[in-house]
Design a protein around this ligand. Structure first.
Ligand code: C5P
Length: 305
């Protein structure tokens, strides 16, 4: 079996998200009839708007599939959970470059202006979070598990996902903030558009296995965990992007990585290394630097791209 369960997992996380958001819209509108009326008004009667949301839907589906390609390390069936986790972490480390691609698209698409100090803080943030993550994984990553080309595949998939993440995130932010449609309704639209793309990917990549062994062949607790994590994470991302923004999301997730490492000291007896401490300091420093407002004389040097 090649990837199948991962592609199905991407699709299933969209189904979970769709069900959750439909339930919330149902509660908000106050009944089944009102729900259908709202769906008709926002989806069917606004075809251009629905079409626009197909762009991030498609990009997120590709991005999430790249994530699983990278994490699954080719043949999922022959690898143990520990190895899946190793490549998942390798991917995550490389994937931190998305902080910079996101800022780049925020400047291009949202015309946001970033100060020189803010660009510097973003680069420091990436370095910090990479150091923190490598402190946990460098030994495993350099120990040579698995063929070299598969690491290269994981790395390329991660880099491509960085660009998609930056663009899709900023595009979705523009859509969320540019209208008064609720974040839950926007997610219903997003998931509805994702379903055909997701289904198509499943059948294109592994039609034969799905036909022979069924849609859910190869499912295990790890995949179920990923589906719930992906769906829950996606909804939190949407709320953060609506009420804050994508760049701040980068800071929040990086700080969360540092905090989870500190928690691992108590839960998993993780040893805090010098490298980790430097990384954590970088992350904390970058947060303060990003919020630093220079005196009026230095404002004139605002950096525009
Ligand atoms: O890494 P990044 O921040 O780009 O990841 C965002 C994730 O959130 C993606 O996996 C995307 O599928 C998910 N997402 C979502 N629903 C949204 C926005 C993002 O599931 N409305």
């Amino acid at each position: 079996m090649l990837y199948t369960n991962f592609f199905v997992a991407v699709l299933m996380s969209e189904v979970v998200k769709l069900a959750t958001c439909l339930s919330i819209v149902y509660i908000q509108t106050g009944g089944l009839r009102q729900l259908f009326d709202t769906l008709r008004d926002t989806i069917i009667r606004q075809p251009i708007d629905t079409f626009k949301i197909c762009v991030p839907s498609l990009l997120y589906i590709i991005q999430n599939n790249l994530l699983y390609v990278s994490a699954s390390h080719l043949d999922a069936a022959t690898y143990q959970v520990s190895q899946k986790l190793l490549f998942w972490k390798l991917y995550r480390v490389t994937y931190q470059m998305k902080i910079l691609t996101t800022a780049m698209f925020a400047v291009i698409i949202l015309k946001r202006q970033l100060l020189r100090t803010q660009w510097f803080s973003l680069v420091t943030l990436v370095l910090g979070v990479v150091l923190v993550q490598l402190a946990q994984t460098s030994e495993q990553i350099t120990s040579g598990h698995g063929p070299h080309q598969n690491k290269l595949l994981g790395f390329s998939a991660a880099l491509s996902a960085c660009c998609l993440s930056g663009f899709a995130g900023i595009y979705f932010e523009k859509m969320l903030k540019g209208s008064d449609i609720s974040v839950w309704m926007r997610n219903v639209q997003l998931s509805l558009c994702s379903l055909p793309f997701g289904l198509l990917t499943c059948f294109i990549t592994d039609n034969t296995v799905i036909k022979e062994k069924g849609f859910f062949f190869g499912y295990d607790k790890f995949i179920l965990y990923l589906i719930l994590l992906q769906a829950g994470g996606g909804l939190i991302v949407a709320v953060v992007v609506k009420y804050a923004d994508n760049i701040l999301k980068g800071f929040a997730t990086s700080l969360a990585i540092v905090i989870s490492c500190v928690a691992s000291v108590y839960i998993f007896s993780f040893q805090l290394t010098f490298q980790f401490s430097v990384g954590a300091l970088f992350v904390i420093f970058s947060i303060f630097l990003y919020g630093y407002v220079p005196t009026p004389t230095t404002v004139a040097t605002t950096y525009k791209v």
